[in-house]
Structure formats: structure tokens, C-alpha cells
Write a protein that binds this ligand. Structure first.
Ligand SMILES: [Zn+2]
Length: 67
């Protein structure tokens, strides 16, 4: 077996099938987390396993990107 992943790392193939469970849109890998481009939630990755649960996700910072 090769290619065991650390926290914050997943395979590109896995990334392609992942989506935010709330928005049903693709997520992006950013700083070891999976970020939903719609709601902004950040889903953690533990030992290569994405935790796609809204209750485990970090909410986006309020006031971020203020204009
Ligand atoms: Zn979302």
C-alpha cells in the first residue's frame, strides 16, 4: 500500500467527487481544509478522510471580505 495521507491531504480523485452537503456544490482544497465556495464552510480532513458534516465544519468569519 502506498500513498497514505496526512491530515489536510486528500487525493485529487477524491476531491473531485466531494461536495458541500448543504449547497451540493464542489469544494476546494485550501490550507488543509475543504472550502465550500457558496456558503464558505470549511470542512476538516482527518488522516486523508474528509469530514463532510455541517456540524464539524468551521463557519466563515463574519465581516471577512468587507467592502
Ligand atoms: Zn456550502
Amino acid at each position: 500500500m502506498s500513498g497514505h495521507q496526512k491530515d489536510g491531504e486528500i487525493s485529487k480523485r477524491l476531491l473531485e467527487i466531494l461536495a458541500c452537503p448543504l449547497c451540493k456544490v464542489r469544494v476546494e482544497l485550501s490550507e488543509g481544509r475543504l472550502v465550500c465556495g457558496k456558503c464558505g464552510r470549511r470542512y476538516p480532513i482527518r488522516e486523508g478522510i474528509p469530514i463532510m458534516l455541517p456540524e464539524e465544519a468551521e463557519m466563515p468569519e463574519a465581516g471577512e471580505g468587507e467592502r
